[in-house]
Design a protein around this ligand. Structure first.
Ligand SMILES: [Zn+2]
Length: 282
């Protein structure tokens, strides 16, 4: 599932294709991936048809396409969502499961398609969310915690330390901290020597400092590597991320810890497969 680094890589790869371009036409594949639900007749207007794209932002794992008018679309990639951009004449590698397409033009040359944005999602856990104005975007953003790429130890401590849940479950809660999923939770907990199933109340103030630092560091390294491609994830240009090769615990249960050589243990925490080192993590 795409987490913050993958979504950030998609965001960066979208910028050169989208900014300043106009949505000439929206081609609707499925209506049931749009939230809140809309009649098909109203859908294109809310998917920014006719609008000039001004900014692509990210909050946690959510992409936000902002139009100059103040309207916006949130794109959540879910498990298998992909945002791909093709130039005129290029064909998508897979044409199945494409649920929405945006034909883009340069406003100075409105008759020639400059690029096309595709949203493809085989398993359909992703969604497209429409916003009528910046206030609607801001209201949505309040549901999410601060972005994990900039989380401070103090902020994480304040938001997490009263929870009776396991620290890993707290890290996965997007209302506490936005952007961390299973991969980067395991990596950050290993880097900060904290066991995933320890109660958040029992993580010390100093440990929250090192945990926040580890979250920022692992996410920043993963963004630099273009994210982790495990299965479906690709950026807008179809490139894979290379950070999976740098995972120290995620997906390595039963293999030696890269820090101490003890055998990494696999368990369930927060209903997710979790890998940790009983020697390095306390
Ligand atoms: Zn170890």
């Amino acid at each position: 599932m795409p987490e913050l680094p993958e979504v950030e890589s998609v965001r960066r790869s979208l910028l050169p294709h989208l900014i300043g371009r106009q949505v000439a036409r929206v081609i609707i594949g499925r209506t049931d991936i749009v939230t809140p639900p809309l009649a098909e007749a109203d859908l294109a207007a809310h998917m920014l048809q006719g609008q000039i794209l001004q900014r692509v932002d990210r909050i946690g794992k959510q992409l936000l396409l902002h139009a100059a008018s103040g309207q916006a679309i949130g794109i959540h990639l879910g498990m298998t969502g992909q945002c791909t951009v093709l130039r005129p004449g290029e064909q998508p590698e897979r044409s199945d499961h494409i649920h929405m397409r945006w034909q883009l033009v340069d406003p100075a040359r409105p008759t020639a398609t400059a690029a096309e944005l595709f949203f493809r999602d085989p398993r359909r856990f992703g969604e497209l969310r429409w916003f009528d104005d910046p206030a609607a975007v801001a209201a949505f953003a309040t549901r999410l915690g601060p972005d994990a790429l900039a989380i401070t130890g103090e902020d994480l401590f304040e938001r997490a330390h009263t929870s009776r849940r396991a620290i890993k479950a707290v890290l996965l809660d997007q209302a506490v901290l936005a952007g961390v999923g299973n991969i980067y939770a395991d990596e950050a907990l290993h880097a900060s020597h904290i066991r995933p199933r320890r109660a958040a109340t029992r993580v010390t103030r100093a440990e929250y400092e090192s945990l926040a630092a580890a979250i920022r560091a692992v996410l920043a390294s993963a963004v630099t590597a273009g994210g982790s491609t495990l299965r479906d994830y690709l950026d807008a240009d179809g490139n894979r991320g290379s950070f999976a090769a740098a995972h120290r615990v995620y997906g390595r249960g039963g293999q030696p810890c890269l820090t101490c050589s003890a055998t990494l243990k696999q368990c369930q925490a927060a209903q997710r497969t979790t890998v940790f080192c009983t020697n390095c993590q306390r």
